[in-house]
Ligand binder design. Structure first.
Ligand code: PLP
Length: 419
């Protein structure tokens, strides 16, 4: 029985190099995080060997007595964490969770109304070449061109004009809270179901630091790997009366055998998310984003044509507006990358540049908060980013790299872990 290094040194090198990259850089992609070792352990376990089509106690395979325990724990913990009547923890990813939600709620040809992709929506909320745009008739709401906020009066007008069957709340890039009560009342007024995709902010909700969509929504979907900081995967919460429809839309509607190693890891993550330490980490996540938003809104940045959309943030990410900067989104992403900071370029609403270039950056704090960063470290990160964005191509990369190295050195990631 060979180790990975013996059997496949090329792949072993990938793991080793990736661990080093994660250790030596500042990870600020808003949708990423670092899972605890217990999650790595559950995911890299013998549970990956097990077929378990069906649900706990109702499987189509023998030998499910232990994986049933794992899935039941994951379900019970998800329900308790979010105060939900029903939970399905089988979706392999956020996108498959979303496909199952629409599958459960409506038929092909029915109408959905979600946030425009270019304004921060997700592919699965109706993008043209995604399944959601192909199977359903799509209408979209956007943000206000002056405030960059979602205007619920406009959403209502649009819902009345388009009469959707499902209204979607949720985003991949939006720095403020949504008004779930207003979404509910609009959905009721037009006779639509309300589905909230909390993939990004679920960890903040679990910690009680963000309004919960659960009491207002028919269905809530999420990923586990963003602010929650668990394994790459999804889950769905719903009212009890939709439980059967959701379950059958996931399996057999959408998937075959569930990934039991990942489901066990989800159970671990939901256990972690119920702790005081998790809440404290989510608070540092939000505080860090505020510190960065404030720094990037300062006059020296404004003079360099850099600003922050909506003037700040309520969540774990900051959207940087580079429309008036000397750098486009691609150049800014590359510049920060060369300094050892990983972010992603992101279209700003009404972006004059094409999606591959963009005029914005999305900067997130969950991974660094997990690494242990607090206000002092986030203030230094904000200074490094500010220095890079104001200097542009003339930035002193070596000096910035040295500052990054000081931070990464002070907060070792996975100490002692070998891949
Ligand atoms: N929903 C939202 C709002 C997202 O931001 C994402 C991921 O970016 C997803 C769903 C999809 O998740 P996954 O990448 O796991 O399919």
């Amino acid at each position: 029985d060979q180790t990975l290094a013996e059997l496949d040194p090329e792949i072993a090198a990938v793991l080793e190099n990736e661990l080093t990259r994660q250790r030596d850089t500042l990870e600020m992609i808003a949708s990423e995080n670092f899972v605890p070792r217990a999650v790595l352990q559950a995911q890299g376990s013998v549970l990956t060997n097990k077929y378990a089509e069906g649900y706990p106690g109702k499987r189509y395979y023998g030998g499910c007595e232990y994986v049933d325990v794992a899935e039941t724990l994951a379900i019970d913990r998800a329900k308790a964490l979010f105060g939900a009547e029903h939970a399905n923890v089988q979706p392999h990813s956020g996108a498959t969770a979303n496909a199952a939600v629409l599958h459960a709620l409506i038929k092909p040809g029915d109408k959905i109304l979600g946030l425009e992709l270019a304004h921060g929506g997700h592919l699965t909320h109706g993008m043209k070449i995604n399944f959601s745009g192909k199977l359903y008739e799509v209408a979209a709401y956007g943000v206000d061109p002056d405030t960059f906020l979602i205007d619920m009066d406009k959403v209502r007008e649009q819902a009345l004009a388009t009469r959707p069957d499902v209204i979607i709340g949720g985003w991949s890039a939006y720095p403020r809270h949504l008004d779930f009560a207003a979404f509910r009342s609009i959905a009721d007024e037009v006779g639509a179901k309300l589905w909230v995709d909390m993939a990004h902010f679920a960890g903040l909700v679990a910690a009680g630091l963000h309004p919960s969509p659960v009491p207002y929504s028919d269905v809530v979907s999420s990923t586990v790997h963003k602010t929650i900081g668990g394994p790459r995967s999804g889950f769905i919460l719903s009212k009890a009366e939709l439980a059967r429809k959701i379950d059958s839309a996931v399996f057999p509607g959408q998937q075959g055998g569930p990934l039991m190693h990942v489901i066990a890891a989800k159970a671990v993550s939901f256990k972690v998310a119920a702790t005081g330490a998790f809440r404290e980490r989510q608070q540092r996540t939000i505080d860090g984003a505020r510190i960065i938003a404030e720094r990037l809104s300062a006059p020296d940045l404004a003079a360099a044509g850099v600003s922050v959309l909506t003037g700040g943030t309520d969540v774990h990410l900051v959207l940087v507006d580079l429309r008036r900067s000397q750098l486009d989104g691609q150049q800014a992403e590359d510049l920060l990358h060369s300094a050892g900071i990983t972010v992603n370029r992101n279209a700003v609403p009404f972006d004059p540049r094409p999606p591959r270039v963009t005029s914005g950056l999305r900067i997130g704090t969950p991974a660094l908060a997990t690494r242990g960063f607090g206000d002092v470290e986030f203030a230094e990160v904000a200074e490094i980013i500010a220095a890079a964005l104001t200097a542009g191509q003339g930035a002193d990369i070596e000096a910035l790299r040295a500052r990054v190295a000081k931070l990464t050195g002070a907060f070792p990631l996975y100490p002692g872990l070998q891949q």
